[in-house]
Design a protein around this ligand. Sequence first.
Ligand SMILES: Nc1ncnc2c1ncn2[C@@H]1O[C@H](COP(=O)(O)OP(=O)(O)OP(=O)(O)O)[C@@H](O)[C@H]1O
Ligand SMILES: [Mg+2]
Length: 178
Amino acid sequence: MTSGVGLVRLTVNGQPATENLAGACAGFAIPGCTFLLSGGLGAGKSTFARAFVRALIGADEEVPSPTFTLVQQYGPIDRGGVDIEIWHADLYRLGDPDEVLELGLDEAFGTAICLIEWPDRLGSFAPNDAIELIFDFAADKGAGSEVREVIARVPDKWRADFAAACEKAGVEVRGPDE
Ligand SMILES: Nc1ncnc2c1ncn2[C@@H]1O[C@H](COP(=O)(O)OP(=O)(O)OP(=O)(O)O)[C@@H](O)[C@H]1O
Ligand SMILES: [Mg+2]
């Protein structure tokens, strides 16, 4: 494990819990904060991103999956005198990591809040101080279960904020070995 990064396991009990977690994360995120959202088809990445955007922009905001556009931008909105922009990317169809530059994502990592689905496509452009959430279906539950297991890799600089967000959302947090 990289030093300066904490690993925790979360059990997210239903879609509303994922949405609450996303809303609580939106509460502490500032420009320059990136969430890398990994996991298989239907694991919950877009559900997290949609709730995150709506928490900041407004509950009625249309948040389409950027499957074909690759990137959707929201804002800027004013939060406490700070202009906040959100970039939501779905990089499943990204052909080459160099397209990250064409999309302007490398710059956005420094200036916006970024939510990135399929971040493995970023190659070396992935910011190393990002919060990484890996969504998976709960192994011991049947098909159609709404329970998700999430592995979170959280850099030290976000550790306290992320722990508080989990608590606020009522999400169960365990250490890496439990
Ligand atoms: N705990 C949960 N968290 C998130 N979504 C859940 C949960 N339980 C059930 N779901 C359902 O699982 C689906 C998750 O779909 P979502 O689009 O978020 O997945 P995704 O990871 O973005 O997949 P894709 O890679 O296809 O874009 C939704 O239909 C949602 O209602
Ligand atoms: Mg998705």
